[in-house]
Ligand binder design. Structure first.
Ligand code: HEC
Length: 117
């Protein structure tokens, strides 16, 4: 009897641990993907909310230049999707799944909710 209850307690404890680590909301997942998409986080170049960012200014043949990745939170889903599938100058190539692209879009458009397409 005594060992059975210890086992039961252990079982409950393990379940508790499991529930604790596996529960993550859709928006937490989206935020994680935006910050760490198997490569450099998008936020480092496009800003925390995709608003765009001035990273550096430099001179090229005496002319002042900017490395300022554009805002990406104003593209509609179709343009965002198409842009993610082609090479962008100055941006690493990511090989994201369709679901991941959609998740990133949702992160950049919290007002549209998770059912955006
Ligand atoms: C090292 C910096 C850098 C990182 C990291 C980066 N990008 Fe970019 N991205 C750029 C630059 C620079 C451009 C503009 C390319 C151009 O003007 O030709 C761009 C362009 C884009 C565009 C097209 C914008 C448009 O108006 O057509 C999208 C969409 C985009 N990035 C999304 C992302 C997402 C999502 C991530 C993360 C998975 C990401 N980028 C990570 C630098 C970056």
């Amino acid at each position: 009897m005594k060992s059975l209850s210890a086992f039961t307690l252990l079982f409950i404890f393990l379940n508790f641990l499991n529930a604790d680590v596996s529960f993550i909301t859709e928006s937490e997942y989206a935020s994680q993907l935006y910050h760490s998409p198997r490569g450099i986080g998008c936020f480092k170049c496009h800003g925390e909310k995709g608003e765009g960012k001035l990273i550096a200014t430099y001179k090229d043949k005496g002319e002042k230049k900017y490395f300022s990745p554009p805002a990406i939170n104003e593209l509609d889903y179709k343009s965002f999707d198409a842009a993610m599938k082609k090479r962008q100058k100055g941006m690493p190539r990511y090989f994201l799944t369709q679901q991941e692209i959609k998740t990133l879009y949702v992160y950049l458009h919290p007002e549209e909710g998770i059912n955006a397409n």
